[in-house]
Design a protein around this ligand. Structure first.
Ligand SMILES: [Zn+2]
Length: 310
């Protein structure tokens, strides 16, 4: 009897041992599974980074990257941009048209190509100084007040059609209002029914220009549909944007170049250049430091900085 009792106890202990062992084994498996799934989650972000890098590499081929920046309410130009920009004549007419000299060749090529196709493009408006934009804005407010609007209403209404000084692409020398003999009114979108518009719609991107304020994007651009307003962004980005069907603000957001308020955090154009200025001064420091130590106080650096800005 005693022998059977011991046998029973031993078998119970064995069963318990077996249970514990299987449990441990199971736990280990599931741990391994967890590890395996962790490996998958870890590899996911890596794939995303690879895609991003791929896009960056693609962008290395982009021409005229300097021209790819936002100018709008959230991203006004530096106040002194009038004195920084260098422009070039691209159109001779009743009013001569100037744009940023780095984009001039593209505009001239576009006009020549259009002419070959029998389309005589007219530049109605191009580069405007920030100072002129201010006069333009004030005049527009005044006209509305003359027609009976209150100052607040006139101001708000003007904002829908005229950008604030420094917030217009015309101030950046990157925009042209282009029309033709067929239609020259900016009071409505009638220009879109012309052969000139059809040509621009088809070919502008080949020369680095995009239709900047499309019909269905008014709520995003906060500017009315302007079938005449073309903006230079370089050929690469013009084609990308055209194919994407996005407006410039949307494209920037899609690429993660703007924050949630629409302020550019990357591809900031003249702002990036502004930020580089202190670095440029830093680069020149070693040359200064080869001079005897007494000739390199902070004052010298300030003078250098001034030279760069002027
Ligand atoms: Zn315009």
């Amino acid at each position: 009897m005693r022998g059977i009792k011991y046998l029973l106890i031993i078998s119970v202990l064995l069963i318990l041992l077996a249970f514990v062992l299987t449990n441990f084994a199971f736990k280990r498996d599931s741990d391994e599974q967890e590890n395996a799934s962790e490996t998958v989650t870890v590899s996911l972000p890596e794939t995303e980074i690879e895609i991003e890098n791929g896009e960056e590499e693609e962008d290395l081929d982009a021409d005229n990257k300097w021209a790819m920046f936002l100018v709008n309410k959230q991203n006004p130009l530096p106040k002194d941009y009038d004195s920084i920009i260098e422009t070039e004549l691209v159109y001779e007419g009743d009013k001569n048209g100037y744009i940023d000299k780095r984009a001039a060749k593209y505009a001239k090529d576009m006009f020549a190509a259009a002419l070959e196709d029998g389309i005589d493009l007219w530049v109605v408006s191009s580069y405007r100084t920030i100072e002129y934009q201010q006069q333009n804005f004030d005049r527009s407010v005044q006209q509305r007040m003359d027609n009976g609007m209150t100052y607040d209403d006139a101001y708000a209404d003007t904002l829908r059609e005229v950008a604030m000084p420094g917030e217009s692409e015309h101030n950046a020398g990157l925009a042209m209002d282009i029309m033709s003999v067929e239609y020259t009114s900016m009071d409505d979108a009638g220009f879109e029914d012309t052969k000139a518009f059809e040509w621009l719609d088809k070919h502008a991107a080949e020369y680095g220009f995009i239709l900047r304020y499309p019909k269905d994007k008014e709520s995003i651009t906060e500017i009315i549909y302007e079938p005449w307003h073309y903006r230079f962004v370089g050929i690469y980005y013009a084609n990308e944007i055209k194919e994407s069907g996005l407006c410039l603000e949307e494209y920037f957001a899609e690429r993660g170049w703007t924050d949630e308020d629409g302020k550019a955090v990357k591809m900031r154009g003249p702002f990036d250049e502004e930020e580089k200025k202190p670095d440029e001064t830093a680069v020149t420091e070693p040359t200064v430091s080869t001079e005897p130590k007494k000739t390199m106080p902070a004052v010298d650096r300030n003078e250098q900085k001034l030279t760069i800005i002027v």
